[in-house]
Design a protein around this ligand. Structure first.
Ligand code: IPE
Ligand code: IPE
Ligand code: MG
Ligand code: MG
Length: 332
């Protein structure tokens, strides 16, 4: 019952609440995306205008508003986390040899791998440059540990490319590093700049961590079930790229030898030419893979919700509760 209030808030209302703050964040990103070599500026702008959801800055802003002492540092750090996110996407698309991102050619498809690796490096460093201006070691400590975590996540993912025997624990370890750690850092940074005490910061971090795990679980379902037009990237990419994600991990637990072979074939070929995507999709459905991942995601959003309901009621608190619904019910 306590959840009712949160559910009445829509995406629109959440956005309205942080709309002005977000506009300032966009200006900050814009201002900080200028390099002395034009191509970096061009790539940064291209990324910024690509229509990302801005979930991470929103999380930071809401967390900071909730903590109570919202100030300019929250705006700057919201820009920092989006820049870090953009940098990881640039590198990720190089690693995954992705062709599409946010419904447009990915940056590597336009400017090539070499330039994009360097542009990603530049973006990371620029994000740190902006963060450094806070003269706050706690902020830097958190951001550096976070970035290393995310890189470790990508490295672990690389080690597991093409492997069919991935356990749920392997998968969770990856998701923790590559996605939940950034969500958690956003909430913590917001809490920090908003003047929260350490316990509150940790609690908001935990809220966001759970939200982040749920977000990635849903992302991995959408990779199979969505449509390219909605998702902004081709469906079935994860498996084509050699990644066995949770819907498949679950499905494989009860799959027949033949079904397993079909999955193995895609991993080997890197395409669906001899093992059609529709077969894989049908197999995951039959084996209740999506259903089980949805339930699992729900358990994380429930946890996140339980944490956020501990906080005094306010529009910001309700918005954060509503975010948990948005994450589980989104289609892109
Ligand atoms: C993409 O994140 C990377 C993942 C963690 C799956 P988002 O889906 O938040 O990306 P944008 O910023 O909205 O494009
Ligand atoms: C996204 O990882 C990058 C990070 C979260 C660091 P993925 O490769 O799983 O995400 P998409 O599918 O390219 O967005
Ligand atoms: Mg990728
Ligand atoms: Mg993915």
């Amino acid at each position: 019952m306590a959840f009712k209030l949160g559910q009445s808030l829509s995406a629109r209302e959440i956005i309205d609440l942080v709309h002005d703050d977000l506009q300032r964040v966009e200006r900050e990103i814009n201002l900080e995306s200028v390099a002395s070599v034009d191509v970096v500026t061009t790539i940064s702008r291209y990324l910024q205008n690509g229509g990302g959801k801005r979930l991470r800055p929103i999380l930071l802003l809401l967390s900071s508003r909730l903590a109570g002492r919202f100030n300019d540092a929250s705006i700057r750090l919201a820009a920092v986390v989006e820049m870090i996110h953009a940098a990881t996407l640039v590198h990720d698309d190089v690693i995954d040899t992705a062709k599409t991102r946010r419904g447009r050619p990915s940056s590597n498809a336009i400017w090539g791998n070499h330039t994009c690796v360097l542009a990603g490096d530049w973006l990371y460093m620029q994000a740190f440059q902006v963060a450094l201006r806070e003269r706050n070691f706690h902020v830097l400590d958190l951001l550096i540990a976070l970035t290393q975590m995310m890189v470790e996540g990508e490295l672990l993912q690389l080690e597991r490319i093409g492997k069919i025997d991935i356990s749920e624990a392997d998968y969770m370890q990856l998701v923790d590093r590559k996605t939940a750690s950034l969500f958690s850092a956003c909430a913590r940074l917001g809490a920090m700049t908003g003047g929260a005490d350490e316990a509150t910061e940790a609690r908001l971090g935990e809220f966001a961590w759970n939200l982040g795990i749920a977000f990635q679980l849903i992302d991995d379902i959408l990779d199979f079930t969505s449509h390219e037009k909605v998702l902004g990237k081709p469906v079935g990419s994860d498996l084509r790229e050699g990644k066995v994600t949770l819907p498949l991990v679950y499905a494989l637990e009860s799959a027949s030898a033949e079904e397993r072979q079909c999955v193995g074939r895609v991993l080997k070929d890197g395409n669906y030419d001899h093992s059609p995507f529709s077969n894989i999709l049908g197999m995951i459905e039959r084996r209740r893979g999506f259903e089980r991942v949805r339930e699992r995601a729900q358990s994380f959003t429930d946890k996140a919700r339980a944490i956020i309901t501990e906080f005094p009621e306010s529009p910001y608190q309700r918005s954060m509760a509503a975010l948990t619904d948005l994450v589980t019910h989104r289609d892109y």
